[in-house]
Design a protein around this ligand. Sequence first.
Ligand code: ARG
Length: 469
Amino acid sequence: MTEQPSSTANQMWGGRFAAGPDAIMEAINASIGFDQRLYAQDIRGSRAHAAMLAAQGIISTSDAEAIGEGLLTVLSEIEKGDFPFSTALEDIHMNVESRLKELIGEPAGRLHTARSRNDQVATDFRLWVRGQCDAAIEGLGALIRAALSQAERGADWVMPGFTHLQTAQPVTWGHHMMAYVEMFGRDLSRFEDARRRMNESPLGAAALAGTSFPIDREATARALGFDRPMANSLDAVSDRDFALEFLSASAICAVHLSRLAEELVIWSSAQFRFVTLSDRFSTGSSIMPQKKNPDAAELIRAKIGRILGAAVALFVVMKGLPLAYSKDMQEDKEQVFDAADNLMLALAAMTGMLSDLTANRERLEAAAGAGFSAPAGLADWLVREAGLPFRDAHHVTGALVAMAEKQGIDLPDLSLEQMQSVHPAITADIYGVLGVHNSVASRTSYGGTAPAQVRAQIARWKQKLGEIA
Ligand code: ARG
């Protein structure tokens, strides 16, 4: 990249300027250091624009052809990595156009007819963010598949369910995995929604007011895969909702990833041993050879920090900006680039980790039985079979738990006599709800943890995924 400040006025807009910008001015103004990532979208947009100008008789067909060909040469130069990006030329739009001029001469100057960098950048960036929505949708699809196959493997494996991270009631591994399938499914639909809403073309809004040239905005919208042109030119050049929506959806998704990551960190600890992470997705310690660290999970847990940070940053940039375009909006890109890169990486890493990990069935079951995770089933039985009001049943259950705890045994190990000493209505049938398997199997309400319910949800999701992919 050329870092020398230019002594002459900018060749793209410097007509009224006698001198070039101060080096500091150039440094704060330039975006080429990061917006070069928009090169493919910029060239695609320009080719669609030039073709439309020719079709409308605004420029000649031969000029449009020279422009179209020249832009393809620029594209291949950039892709080969031998494009001379210049800070003096500010941004990707002017870098591309300036190179086009070197390549094809005079016709290059006609490309910017009936267009401004304001609608150009809005178009390029929308196309880029739309592509990232597609990438997120694909990444989430893969992650959902990984969680589904974990759920399928352990649809009836019992494990403790927690509230306040205290053992609450037994659930199944499949049920727990399916909770994340639901979360990631909502994330996926958020990216689909955002994509649908952002899929309108700003191109042709020009600087802010539209243009006096007889352009065909429907044609350029179609050529770029947009559903329609945006209906208000002021809105078209000043809207960044699409980026805010992408960042918001990314932040919520990152929250979900972070919660699962946290569970993996806890579950893979020596104290829990609920899961074993694969060697491919863990690291060792240089001084403590016994350790296997869940670094990928920890980093995924942390990604929400920068992703939410990016969302907050852009919200603050946009807040209070008058219509239409303001240069503040150039600050949108780095935030979105960083958030998108990190979200895609986190999705891929979580997919890899989840696909590879082994849930330790025996360990999960042992933990489910410990800590009295079944008493709620007992209270329900007292209500259902002995006719006690729930509050009384809860009280009786508490007394039984205390009795077992005092003797250092599990609830099902109390004798019938001992139980009847707490409440005479208790019969031997109560043992039928006491084990963790009985407890789990009894939660047959819709969305409950009974393996039959879990399998029904797995089947529903498989069908849904078949429809998506
Ligand atoms: N680099 C600019 C941006 O990212 C492009 C638009 C510049 N428009 C302008 N009127 N100076 O926002």
